[in-house]
Design a protein around this ligand. Structure first.
Ligand code: AVW
Length: 249
């Protein structure tokens, strides 16, 4: 009898056992109210499960975006390129801006690797193709789709943090340049404010000729501004809640 009970409980346990990946997904998701995380998980999985991990097009994530739509947060939306650490160092301390990684889908999948396999219903977290290994790879397609959806709801005054320590702060191959900026439309977005993050040995700033490509790519009617801001000033504003968001830079 005991053996039978052990076998039965092992089978039941095995069937209900979640992978570490699914547990991470659901526990991160449950920090957000108003979403049915099991539904979001199912919509997520259908994008890549049982597929060649290099054959997951951007559109495969359409049902996921529909299951967890982005809400417009006018005047608070923050975009970035090659400034991930400084941006999130700031947004995690202050409630001034919302980045993709502060939304449900962005925060659930930030830093994770996943992919499926033909003939399997599992989610793998190892052996998945890298970002540039193939065009339609599982992880890259997700970030392109999510970035597009986030940019689609951009409204009011939009902010972008770019990196003054590299040669091409506005790189045409970046997600910011290739996916997000083309989706800002003048009927929704009033102004794009670039915050150029300046470190000691910066090689670019707001006068960088490359930024001409950014102003030219903007939908007519969206105004543009750019401000060079020392990284230390952004960090200081993150550490001092008494400084109003509008006075950070
Ligand atoms: P990024 P983006 N290998 O800092 O403008 C692995 O270049 O593109 O800025 N992961 C990569 C690679 C790579 N070669 N390139 C990019 N990534 C991933 C979403 C990685 O997770 C937000 F809304 C890296 O941290 C921003 O406004 C992230 O893509 C915009 O897209 C950003 O790369 C930033 O994309």
């Amino acid at each position: 009898v005991i053996v039978v009970l052990i076998v039965i409980s092992a089978v039941v346990f095995g069937l209900t056992l979640k992978s570490a990946f699914e547990s991470t997904f659901l526990s991160r998701c449950e920090k957000f109210d108003q979403y049915d995380c099991k539904k979001v998980w199912d919509a997520f999985q259908q994008a890549y499960v049982n597929k060649d991990p290099c054959k997951v097009p951007v559109e495969a994530y359409d049902p996921l975006i529909a299951a967890a739509p982005f809400k417009p947060q006018c005047n608070r939306m923050m975009f970035w390129s090659k400034t991930k650490d400084v941006v999130h160092g700031f947004t995690e301390k202050r409630d001034c801006f919302v980045t993709l990684e502060d939304t449900l889908l962005g925060s659930v999948l930030d830093g994770l690797t996943w992919c499926g396999k033909e003939g399997s219903k599992d989610t793998n977290t190892t052996g998945c193709p890298g970002w540039s290994d193939c065009e339609n790879n599982t992880v890259r397609s997700f970030w392109i789709r999510a970035s597009a959806a986030f940019a689609d709801v951009a409204c009011g005054n939009v902010t972008a943090m770019l990196n003054g320590s590299i040669n091409t702060p506005f790189n045409p191959t970046s997600i910011f340049a290739s996916v997000e900026v083309p989706r800002f439309i003048a009927s929704r977005v009033k102004n794009l404010n670039v915050v150029m993050v300046i470190q000691k040995n910066n090689i670019s700033n707001c006068t960088d000729p490359y930024l001409k490509n950014l102003t030219q790519a903007l939908d007519k009617g969206i105004t543009y501004s750019c401000k060079d801001v020392p990284e230390s000033q952004i960090q200081e504003c993150g550490a001092k809640p008494e400084i109003a968001c509008g006075d950070c830079w």
